[in-house]
Design a protein around this ligand. Sequence first.
Ligand SMILES: [Zn+2]
Length: 324
Amino acid sequence: MCRFSLEKYDPPDKTKSPTSLRPEVSRELDSRRAKISTDPFIENILNLISSTNIEKYVTTLSNFNNRHSKSENIHKVAKRLKDELTDLGYVDTSFHEYSQDGYNLKNVICNKKGSADDIILLCGHYDTILKQNLEDIVSRAPGANDNASGVAALLEIARIVSTLNIKRGIQFAFFSGEEQGLWGSTHYAQHVKENNTNLHAVVNMDMCGETGFLSSNKIANIDVDDGQTGAVSSNNEASMNLGLKMESLADTYTEIDTVFDPIDASDYMPFEARGYVCIGAYDGSALPNNPHYHSDTDVLANLNINFLTEVTKMVLAFALSEAK
Ligand SMILES: [Zn+2]
């Protein structure tokens, strides 16, 4: 339990987030691009990613009527995620419990231990919301893209890394309360800070599979801290370097192209506020002309599972390259 009050965030509305980096940062990153050559170890592991599994995970999550953080469902979803991770063979899974605004909620935490002490945090939120009424806890809110897509990708990554020997540990965190204003991630970032957890990097996956309203069905966003939205500046350079690495890995191992955009309106922000190095994977689909965002039509049929599979590949390539 926290002894003092944590910072507050508005309910995230990604349609209002900046979509491009500051031009001088963009030019700087362009000048620092480097090619990464294929590593057979990583390539072999990436081949294990199954789009069938990813689709199955999205279906499981979006079959809940909704996953509103103030509904009873949210606890069922938390249990389902924890059970899923246990079924994948994980023994170190737990609920990180917190209270906010009178609600007792859970983040689901799962550890893949490495031989070293530092860890990479891979995270995403599992709750949903409807834009018409943020307090509607009974109507259908499937949240297939926002954010069953990110959760499904993380579960598939967890499945694949479960049996690997790695140096850095990988921790998976599934947050509730994101749509209320990053509740779960704020409490968890504070927990990480208070426990002096040796966090190498935070990689957030939020909305990773809907390309229908985009100009291209093969461009993913890599969110980096270009100083536009972040709370502290000491970690910007490290975030951009990790972003560049993710970009090169996407180029080497996947069929997608990438663009950078600033971190904003998602679960990495409380980690950013505490100085941790954060990047994110995002499809860029929260556009004003996308009617499915935070709506009852955010369903599996609108997802591009091939694209989501490639984004999963990009994030797994990054995790492996940092952890191996
Ligand atoms: Zn989201």
